[in-house]
Design a protein around this ligand. Structure first.
Ligand code: SF4
Length: 876
């Protein structure tokens, strides 16, 4: 029996699936392209490595064929993975592969940390990497030298053969072949051997044809590549007792009793030909008449095409079955082939009937039975019926019987269950058990504020990072967080060096200090990336300009303000300058918040000690109240809370909040239609550095931050009207409102901490306006979040106005009605137990997603009466 098609690619998958489902043995007669076989890939990537500058992509392609691993198993895959990680993180490229000189252990820690000596374990790991490098590089370097010395094609073929021989390619392929055979893959076992012979033939032919030719090495590599591309290996049918599946132009079906010709549509049978040569058909004929040997022309090809069809139709001795598709995969209608018309004309009594891949809804029992010949196939047809029934459709008696047939047979139950489960598949994760969560995160939670914000953004992202410990591969490139680190460290050093004299220093002095500081810190960034090339040195210069400009502007801030830095890079945590912030969770345990505050400024007034938090940002950042209330922006207010909580012990007296401010570290370019006087330019520039955030709504306090303020401030998000009151768009909060924010942030952290401990890992990213965390999230391949899947929805967060946020915070505080709420905010940490109804301002509904799951109950269906017990036509 044979199945014949004109073009195989379109039918391969369908034939494979259907024949496998029906358990029919078949043989696909097609030649295999071997370009991606490990041996071809090994040869191509090795030549690419040594001829095109040791690009790491080519080296890794070569390494991944595993042909270079020592045959005694010393070089395992994991060791190679570590080598690859190192190479990508350290930016090893080109000549660096060939010498261990540029290979240094990767720097750990941040820019601001002093470089530490590598410990013994890291030294041993690094030495192992160096050994792995040598094992991989030696044979490739030998091939490089041999090819460079060869000159002729013969010499290069010998060099390549020597490379294959020394790497034991033949014996490796032999082993692969044996293992494929042992695992029941005779076809693939044969290919390994055939390919080795094919490659040897290719080298022989190159030597025979042009062995003594002197050609450049890249031309030789091109010849080898073309040779490998044209190698096609044929599979031999492992037995005769099977259906042969092939194309008309390749397969000789021989004596078959029945033949099935698929895809007999117009344009395919016969194949539509296109003239693509330079010569017309007439010119070809004229040249042929003159005795020139020509490749087959259009006419010849059309005749051949007819012959192929003739042979396919006439080869079976007992029956021919011809089918054609009614539409292509885009739904565009197709016409049957002209041969179908011929057949109908010749044999008018022939019957033709449509055959659907899946049973239609309104098909009668007789037709349906045709789809139920084999259990596996019936099961695949049954599932869409059950899905439609779950959605309220009908399920006919025949399909019910089919379901019951599977349900009572133990051998089918696991497959039926798997399929039922697939029907109810919702891309969601149930919460971890408390025990698992404790083992992952520790029974006492210790976390940074960023981690809390991450949980609010998406619990699954938090789980992927902090539970599973998934990290993106480190790459040797300068990224925004690296620059942020450099800015923080540099500005902190400038502040330390200038101290209280920052406001008095001239801009040239500030620029000189900033430049020197950036130069000192640059080598610590990403394994000296800023010194690695001219391009990066240029970027280092730009970073120096940015830090200098920001430092000069901060000098102006210092000149105008009575607030002075009292802490730079202030760590809070077990070993920090300040203790951690401990917040009690609803279940009685607690969460410990740790972190580092960029800068703390203080000033004394008749209200006592005033503190403000300053955060350097490499992008423009705002403090949005709605984000605070949703739990997406907790950092600044938590930092302020830490300072107020520990001020007495740290600074000797209790403190009041004066503000939280973001300072954008950048180097803006002024663009104006006409020139500017230096003073005007300086004033304009200053405005571009205006800080964003929230201030205490007290005119004296605000003036202490900008003594030169008249009307709208150049430095702060506030301004005065003529009557001395604040402009309405000033970003201000009263003393009461600071208290509300502080307690709201604590409540939010307590809720998040409790949800983390309860094992919440839902795939539920937020959506605020058009903002979602998925946009820049690297964990999508893990979570598979798909907004089109109804189980995957964004958590839509509202955008209440400022007044609404304040009102709701006030209501929450009133509702709390616990004496602890009124606790002195300057004393020990508050311990709040949020009541269940208290969470409107907290981040989200943290409870595990409750979803209707198909129960997978496989008890037999009894009939309509049973199904309608809910009265809605569905099964309970
Ligand atoms: S892609 Fe979106 S849903 Fe997936 S982990 Fe990231 S933030 Fe969460």
């Amino acid at each position: 029996m044979a199945v014949v098609v004109r073009q195989s690619a379109e039918y391969n998958d369908a034939i494979h699936n259907v024949f496998t489902d029906y358990g029919i043995p078949f043989f696909m007669d097609q030649s295999k392209d071997v370009l991606h076989h490990p041996l071809s890939e090994f040869i191509r990537s090795a030549l690419e490595t040594v001829l095109y500058g040791w690009k790491h992509e080519a080296v890794f392609r070569c390494v991944k064929t595993e042909m270079l691993f020592p045959e005694d198993g010393r070089m395992d895959r994991e060791r190679y993975d570590r080598l690859e990680n190192y190479v990508l993180a350290a930016g090893i490229e080109g000549r660096q592969w060939k010498s261990p000189k540029g290979w240094k252990p990767l720097l750990r820690g941040g820019v601001e940390d002093e470089p530490a000596e590598a410990d013994a374990r890291r030294v041993a790991e690094f030495e192992d990497l160096l050994k792995a490098r040598k094992e991989l590089v030696s044979p490739l370097a030998r091939l490089e030298r041999a090819i460079a010395k060869a000159g002729t094609i013969r010499g290069m073929c010998e060099a390549l053969f020597d490379f294959l021989d020394r790497s034991g390619a033949a014996s490796r392929l032999e082993r692969r072949s044996e293992s494929d055979l042992a695992e029941g893959r005779p076809g693939s076992a044969r290919i390994h051997r055939q390919l080795w012979d094919g490659v040897m033939n290719l080298l022989d032919q190159l030597v025979e044809m042009a062995g003594e030719e002197e050609v450049p090495a890249d031309l030789f590599a091109g010849m080898v590549e073309t040779g490998l591309e044209s190698l096609k290996l044929s599979a031999v049918p492992p037995s005769l007792d099977q259906v042969v599946v092939g194309t008309m132009d390749r397969t000789r079906t021989g004596d078959v009793r029945f033949s099935f010709v698929l895809g007999a549509s117009d344009g395919v049978l016969p194949m539509r030909m296109q003239e693509d040569g330079v010569l017309t058909e007439r010119e070809r004929e004229s040249l042929g008449d003159l005795g020139l040997e020509m490749a087959p022309g259009m006419r010849r090809k059309l005749l051949d095409e007819r012959y192929l069809i003739y042979r396919a139709f006439l080869s079976p001795s007992e029956g021919l079955w011809v089918s054609w598709p009614l539409a292509d995969e885009e739904g565009k209608g197709l016409y049957p082939s002209e041969y179908v018309r011929h057949l109908r004309k010749l044999y008018p009594w022939l019957e033709s009937r449509p055959a659907a891949a899946f049973p239609e809804k309104d098909e009668g029992e007789r037709e349906l039975l045709e789809y139920m010949e084999l259990p596996q196939r019936t099961l695949s047809y049954l599932m869409p019926r059950i899905r439609s029934w779950m959605e309220g459709g009908e399920l006919s008696g025949l399909w019910r019987d089919a379901y019951n047939w599977f349900a009572v047979r133990p051998q089918w139950q696991s497959r039926l269950q798997a399929m039922l489960d697939s029907l109810s598949y919702a891309n969601q994760e149930a919460a971890l058990t408390r025990r698992t969560a404790d083992r992952l995160y520790g029974s006492r939670l210790t976390a940074s504020v960023t981690r809390m914000e991450r949980f609010v953004s998406c619990p699954f992202q938090h789980f992927a990072i902090h539970g599973l410990g998934l990290k993106e591969r480190k790459l040797y490139k300068l990224q925004a967080p690296d620059m942020g680190q450099l800015f923080h460290a540099a500005l902190s050093r400038v502040a330390t060096e200038l101290g209280e004299g920052w406001g008095r220093a001239g801009s040239e002095e500030i620029k000189a200090i900033s430049g020197r500081v950036v130069e000192e810190l640059s080598p610590r960034l990403q394994s000296e990336i800023l010194l690695s090339s001219g391009r990066y040195r240029y970027i280092a210069g730009k970073l120096k300009d940015i830090v200098s400009r920001a430092a000069v502007v901060l000098g102006e801030h210092a000149r105008r303000a009575e607030f002075q830095p009292v802490g730079l890079e202030v760590d809070f945590g077990p070993d920090g300058t300040l203790p951690p912030l401990d917040i009690e969770l609803p279940d009685g345990s607690s969460i410990r918040i740790i972190g580092r505050i960029d800068r703390v400024d203080a000033a004394r007034s008749d209200k006592g000690l005033l503190l403000r938090v300053l955060d350097y940002k490499s992008s423009a950042t705002q403090l949005r109240l709605e984000e605070v209330s949703h739990g997406l922006s907790l950092q600044m207010l938590t930092y302020l809370d830490v300072l107020l909580t520990h001020a007495e012990k740290w600074l000797g007296s209790a403190a009041q909040p004066a503000g939280v401010l973001y300072f954008h570290v950048h180097n803006p370019v002024l663009s104006v239609p006409s020139g500017l006087e230096p003073d005007e330019a300086a004033a304009m520039l200053l405005k571009r550095f205006k800080m964003r955030g929230l201030l205490l709504d007290d005119a004296d306090t605000v003036r202490m931050m900008d003594g030169a303020m008249e009307g709208r401030s150049d430095l702060l998000p506030a301004g005065f009207k003529k009557d001395g009151t604040f402009l309405s768009d000033s970003a201000l909060a009263s003393g009461r409102q600071w208290e509300l924010l502080r307690s709201s942030v604590r409540r939010t952290i307590a809720t998040i901490g409790q949800s983390v401990k309860d094992g919440e890992i839902a795939i539920r990213p937020y959506r605020l306006g058009s903002k979602t965390p998925c946009q820049f999230c690297s964990y999508r391949p893990v979570c598979q979040f798909d907004p089109l899947n109804e189980a995957n929805e964004y958590l839509k967060l509202g955008t209440p106005g400022k007044e609404e946020v304040w009102r709701s915070l006030e209501e929450l505080a009133e509702a709390q009605a616990e004496p602890a709420c009124a606790a002195d905010m300057n004393s020990e940490p508050l311990h709040m137990d949020p009541a269940p109804g208290d969470m409107q301002s907290a981040p989200r509904d943290m409870g595990p997603a409750s979803r209707d799951r198909v129960s997978g109950d496989m008890s037999p269906l009894k009939g309509t009466a049973d199904r309608d017990e809910n009265g809605d036509g569905r099964r309970s």
